[in-house]
Write a protein that binds this ligand. Structure first.
Ligand code: NAD
Length: 252
């Protein structure tokens, strides 16, 4: 009888911002598909306990804005796992929406540091490890905000996620020859701590849903399924694409 070893059997994956939301759901899904998963986050309360609930996981404190943290993280992965096949740049920060003229330089720098610099640093430090292992897959979590519905998106957040979108494509183009793929996932509004923090008012959620043809929020597991596909060998001929998980928002 054929044993199904899992879609990520024998792969090692590092996921950033994995303490909750989409990152935690992706970690659960990856672990269920046979991956060895390094769950990382800037917040480390509960992270080791979370990793212990997964079959083959390690916890790591990693602030994606810090290059020193990335150097330590890749050394940790090399030492403990011997290889890195998958990086999910998921950690993200969203400032509550505000008018552009109400924003400060500090606001801009804070959002860019996590959402854009974090992806750059993760990619920079993952590439040598992936190359040493003969290739890999990077999945960057961008946003619907990078693609459209701009009247209602926060400008700083959208700009940071737009940076992720094009950074993904350049990474894909420049590293395809060494077997490193890079794709971006663009969630619409997903029921998460982040979303509930920004839209605590149920009326705001209702107004947001009016722009989503499916008429509901997405679920973290629906994003995790897309990340799994792009991270797995099933997507072996797919690089540089942007996959929207948005309930049809872009076709409205
Ligand atoms: N929830 C949504 O509606 C939605 C929509 C589009 C895109 N996204 C993107 O999905 C990703 C995950 O978001 P989520 O919805 O699960 O939100 P979340 O707030 O539940 O998770 C984000 C995680 O990132 C971590 N984080 C923040 N700054 C960090 C840093 N400097 N270093 C390491 N970790 C850090 C947080 O501690 C948190 O655990 C983000 O990139 C977000 O922008 C979310």
């Amino acid at each position: 009888m054929k044993v199904n070893a899992g879609r990520l059997a024998s792969k090692t994956a590092l996921i950033t911002g994995a303490a909750g939301g989409i990152g935690a759901e992706t970690a659960r899904r990856f672990a269920a598909e046979g991956a060895r998963v390094v769950v990382s986050d800037r917040r480390d309360e509960g992270l080791a306990a979370f990793a212990a609930t997964l079959p083959n996981a390690l916890a790591l404190k990693l602030d994606v804005t810090s290059e020193d943290d990335w150097i330590a993280a890749t050394a940790f992965v090399r030492e403990r796992c011997g290889r890195l096949d998958i990086l999910v740049n998921n950690a993200g920060l969203v400032a509550p929406p505000a008018a552009i003229e109400a924003r400060s330089v500090d606001d801009w720098d804070r959002v860019m540091a996590v959402n854009a610099r974090g992806v750059f640093l993760g990619t920079k430090h993952a590439i040598p490890l992936m190359r040493a292992g003969g290739g890999g897959a990077i999945v960057n979590i961008s946003s619907l905000a990078a693609l459209g519905q701009s009247q209602i998106m926060d400008a700083l957040y959208a700009a940071s996620k737009g940076a992720v979108r094009i950074f993904t494509k350049v990474t894909a183009a420049q590293h395809a020859h060494e077997g490193i793929r890079c794709n971006s996932v663009h969630p619409g509004p997903i029921d998460s701590e982040m979303l509930r923090g920004v839209w605590s008012d149920p009326a705001k959620i209702e107004r947001r849903l009016a722009r989503i043809p499916m008429g509901r929020l997405g679920r973290a597991e629906e994003v995790a399924a897309a990340v799994l596909y792009l991270a797995s060998d099933e997507a072996a001929y797919t690089t540089g694409v942007e996959l929207a998980i948005d309930g049809g928002a872009l076709v409205q």
